[in-house]
Every structure is written in structure tokens, then in C-alpha cells.
Design a protein around this ligand. Structure first.
Ligand code: SF4
Length: 253
């Protein structure tokens, strides 16, 4: 069984395909919590939860009542059919949460195969820590992976966030992959540079994008100048977060 949090047709806001019209499907659940990103969500009972900017797609305990249970690939395909898309295939972005927690789910794999058969380009936004079986499920070889490997600023343990074999395999066997790191001004130092160099060395030919940690426009503007300097120094590609710059903290756009 899968959980779908939301879907929306918009432009890709970050990474290599920034600006490209894309249909987003956000899946519920994640194998991390990334409390280091310090985004908060206040519940009706006054409780404040700490996590990342998509905490509503991560925290099953508090948010799964709003998620849609999916038992059949046809349900996901009918969601796609409900959008007025251009009369040609578009990018389908599978995000979360962590969409690869469903990597071995039959419904999920059938859905991917149908998307590919319809000519859509399939783009995963993943933390790069969950292995994919490229032999059993060759459809994954046709997918693009944005590898948002988490850094120490996520407050997750190294062992949990950096899975050497998985990063290698996703970068090597997929048709396309790129790194996409989230960085805030306070975490930029020599340790961060070293940590990133170590991760990037796992797949040295994979392009590196760095984007500001932000859940709203204010954070985005605060973290951008130092991150551009960091990118210039290290020859990484700066990625804006266009959706935040345009729509601030509005979700599902
Ligand atoms: S891995 Fe991504 S979705 Fe999961 S908690 Fe961390 S930032 Fe959020």
C-alpha cells in the first residue's frame, strides 16, 4: 500500500530542470526526520513539531490521516488523467517524504512502467539512502534521480544518511542523476566542504547543485548570498528554489 500526500501541476522549482512544467506526486513517509533543518509545524493542540519543510509528508503519526491510501496503480493514473496537461508527455516528479520507501511495491512499479509507456519523463527526488533493485525492476534505469543526500546540517547520523553503495548504484545505473544539496549559511565551513567532497567523490562525474535551506522567502534570501559564494569557491552549481521565491511558503503549488 502507498500513501499519496498531494499532487499538483506546476514548474519544477529547483535543480537541473528548474522551470520545466512538471506534475508532482508527493508520497507520504520517510526513513529520516531531518530535525536539523529546524522547520516547525504547529498542531491544533498547540504541539510544535520539528523537521524539514515537508514535515506534513514525513510525520506519519500526526499527518497520515490526511494522506490518501493507494492500492492500485490505476488510482494514481486516474489522478494524472484528472489534470489538464498539454497534449504531450510531461515530467512527472515523484517526491515526498521519500518516494523510494515504495521502491519494491508492486503498485508503485506498475505505475512507473505505465508512466514510461505513456512517454512521460520520470524524475525522482530522493535522499539517496534507499537501494533500488535495477535488475528486478529495470524501469528504474529509465528514471532520473535528483540525489538530495543529507549533510550533517540535517542532524541525521552519517550512517543513516550516506549509503555509499546506494549512491553509487543510483548514479551508475539510472539514465541520469545529479546531486542536490540543501545548505544554510550557518553550516558553511571547512567541515561541510570536506563532507561534500567525500560524498561527491563517490560519483565524481555527477553534477552538483546546491540550494538554500528554506521553507519561506525570508530564509531563502538569508541563505542565498553565502551559498552563491560557496558555489563559486567549489565549482558547484547554485540552484534557486523558484517556487519559494514566487509563492513563499504556500504548499501544493
Ligand atoms: S530526507 Fe527529505 S523528506 Fe525526509 S525528512 Fe529529510 S528532508 Fe524531509
Amino acid at each position: 500500500m502507498l500513501y499519496l500526500v498531494e499532487s499538483f501541476y506546476s514548474i519544477q522549482g529547483e535543480g537541473r530542470y528548474i522551470g520545466v512544467p512538471s506534475l508532482f506526486l508527493r508520497f507520504g513517509g520517510c526513513n529520516m526526520t531531518c530535525e536539523g533543518f529546524s522547520c516547525t509545524e504547529k498542531l491544533k493542540d498547540g504541539t510544535t513539531l520539528l523537521g524539514c519543510d515537508t514535515i506534513y509528508a514525513v510525520n506519519k503519526e500526526h499527518f497520515s490521516k490526511n494522506w490518501t491510501k493507494i492500492d492500485d496503480a490505476k488510482e494514481l493514473l486516474s489522478i494524472i488523467d484528472s489534470y489538464k496537461l498539454p497534449n504531450k508527455p510531461v515530467d512527472i516528479v515523484l517526491t515526498g517524504g521519500e518516494p523510494l520507501i515504495y521502491a519494491n511495491d508492486k503498485t508503485f512499479v506498475t505505475f512507473l512502467e505505465e508512466l514510461h509507456a505513456r512517454g512521460h519523463r520520470i524524475c525522482f527526488e530522493t535522499n539517496g539512502s534507499i537501494a533500488v533493485d535495477f535488475i528486478k525492476y529495470p524501469i528504474y534505469k529509465k528514471c532520473i534521480f535528483a540525489l538530495s543526500v543529507k549533510l550533517s546540517n540535517s542532524a541525521e547520523t552519517y550512517k543513516k544518511r550516506v549509503n555509499v553503495n546506494t549512491i553509487n548504484s543510483l548514479a551508475s545505473y539510472s539514465c541520469e542523476a545529479f546531486f542536490k544539496f540543501s545548505i544554510d549559511v550557518n553550516s558553511i565551513d571547512e567541515d561541510l566542504e570536506k563532507e561534500m567532497q567525500e560524498i561527491v567523490s563517490l560519483s565524481p562525474n555527477t553534477q552538483v547543485y546546491c540550494m538554500p535551506v528554506a521553507s519561506n522567502k525570508l530564509d531563502l534570501e538569508k541563505n542565498t548570498p553565502a551559498l552563491i559564494e560557496f558555489c563559486l569557491k567549489n565549482n558547484y552549481t547554485f540552484s534557486d528554489r523558484l517556487h519559494i521565491r514566487v509563492w513563499d511558503d504556500k504548499k501544493g503549488i
